[in-house]
Design a protein around this ligand. Sequence first.
Ligand code: GLU
Length: 398
Amino acid sequence: MLSQRVLNLEESATLAMTAKGNELKQAGKDVISLSIGEPDFDTPRFIKDEGIKAIEENFTHYTAAPGIIELRKAICKKLLRDNGVEYTPDQIVVSTGGKQAIANVLLALLNKGDEVIIPAPYWVSYSELVKLGEGTSVIINTSIETDFKITAEQLEKAITPKTKLFMINSPCNPSGSVYSKDELSALADVLRRHPHVYILSDEIYEHIVFEGKHFCFAQFADLKDRTIIMNGASKGFAMTGWRIGFSASCKEIAKACTKLQGQITSSTNSIAQKASVVAFDRDPKTMPEMAMMLSKFKERRDLLLSMLKEIPGFKVNVPHGAFYVFPDISYYFGKSDGTTTINNDMDLCMYILNNAYVTLVPGTAFGNGNCIRFSYATSNEKLIEAVRRIKVALANLK
Ligand code: GLU
């Protein structure tokens, strides 16, 4: 009955693990969720107020498919101010979360069999959305030893005449790796030699960087026309539920995304769009809420890292951005507590869920089955308790 398209599609692992945890919660278990990646902070007051005002003023109807002009202008202002790149509103398409921006771009660009180069580990939805677009993912593997970053040589080797798109995500979900300007520059040099390749730069974690500096890929002026920036309000402004993402691209791609979106969703939620105008309009450097979130995330990262280092067999890199840690846990493969044997990352996640009541996400969903992902977008107390329980559970694996 169902289409091959949907049968081929994997369920989103981040959402699936969170749902499993919620089932146990409903059964009365005290589950700590470290699976979903979303800030646990409230949306800043000045943004919420705009949303309330929009409802009160009956701004509750369809909007233009690519988004209201005030928001597209505010995004252009943000791109110039924060990222040093110039766009006009007709190059911006506001979408229902960053996920839809990515889906729009892939569906707009891919023909059957087109190759999309994705460095692993990658966010769970990339490869699945490529499948939806009938493209072929070409994965470049990395490991903890290289801080989960690809090199120019690896990129060069992966490019073929069929390559349509190269996807890059810095800061990266799930590794937290942040590419420096020089590292991106080396990749840009490769891409210059292959003018048929587009670049999709997912910059959704740009405001969550602890060391180093976020660099916007579209700053390579000669590559700007074939770069599509994807970003949104979810992570930086703690607005995941408002579902505001956007793409910034050449006009032709923006028009194609608008056409797709016009058929699929008409437009993004009008109230969330209004609220997001003030979010993007304000200089993040003047937002105490953002400074507070960043310092809390850093404190939690340091805390979690120090605790994970104490767990036997966990190999951990130092993530410089986003709010995830992606330890290599392959040490546990083949170990057993006498009843359950751990054969892979999923087994370990399920073992931890069933014995420690902590939800994590298996690395296979991110293209690296030696690792599991911790989201530390939660309180210190919960992190401490989660790691305590995990340690106890893992000590039984021999
Ligand atoms: N980006 C978040 C995560 O990785 C949100 C969940 C999702 O849509 O995958 O957990």
